[in-house]
Design a protein around this ligand. Sequence first.
Ligand SMILES: Nc1ncnc2c1ncn2[C@@H]1O[C@H](COP(=O)(O)OP(=O)(O)OP(=O)(O)O)[C@@H](O)[C@H]1O
Ligand SMILES: [Mg+2]
Length: 179
Amino acid sequence: MITGTPGTGKSTVARLLSKKISFERVNISELVEKEKLFISWDKKHRTKIVDTDSLKVRLEEIAKKIDKDLIIDGHLAHFAPNDIVTHNIVLRAHPKELKKRLIKKGFQTEKIKENIEAEALDICLSEAVENYGREKVFEIDTTKRTAKEVMNIILRILLGKTRPGEFSPGQVDFLESVF
Ligand SMILES: Nc1ncnc2c1ncn2[C@@H]1O[C@H](COP(=O)(O)OP(=O)(O)OP(=O)(O)O)[C@@H](O)[C@H]1O
Ligand SMILES: [Mg+2]
């Protein structure tokens, strides 16, 4: 599972990875759209409210039905049930870099601000550790890396070829950069 704040590069890296190792890729936003797994529209945040219970059930069904390994990517990926997740990769990006990427992705100013703050506060990382425990969680700073380099780190993680603690959660700290 690849998670992280919008713009950290989940989909870019997940696409590269699924080509390289022919895992099936499931993108949470695409799944939510295709199967209409939302409850309502949040006017203030201009976003759909996802039906996370149904999302959880669907991810479990998909993982159990398919006889292939899966890469799940999305910032709501932490709704995947613990028993189907072997590795939870949290991608990080320095808020300044994230801002550039989100502008390029066409995000509105308010959304950019929200996401930069979420990134500085380690929101995705905390959710990951809370849901899956430190052992399954790996944190990669993408700021000065290419997507291919990030993909190669994930391959090393999957093969157990990283040094002890090399990508353990808690090593990235962007807090000072924003506040
Ligand atoms: N090291 C890197 N890894 C991944 N993406 C990178 C990296 N460096 C730059 N990028 C760029 O950052 C952008 C990330 O966009 P992408 O859509 O993959 O993010 P995302 O995390 O899937 O966002 P969302 O949550 O909105 O789906 C792309 O334009 C990608 O080319
Ligand atoms: Mg994406």
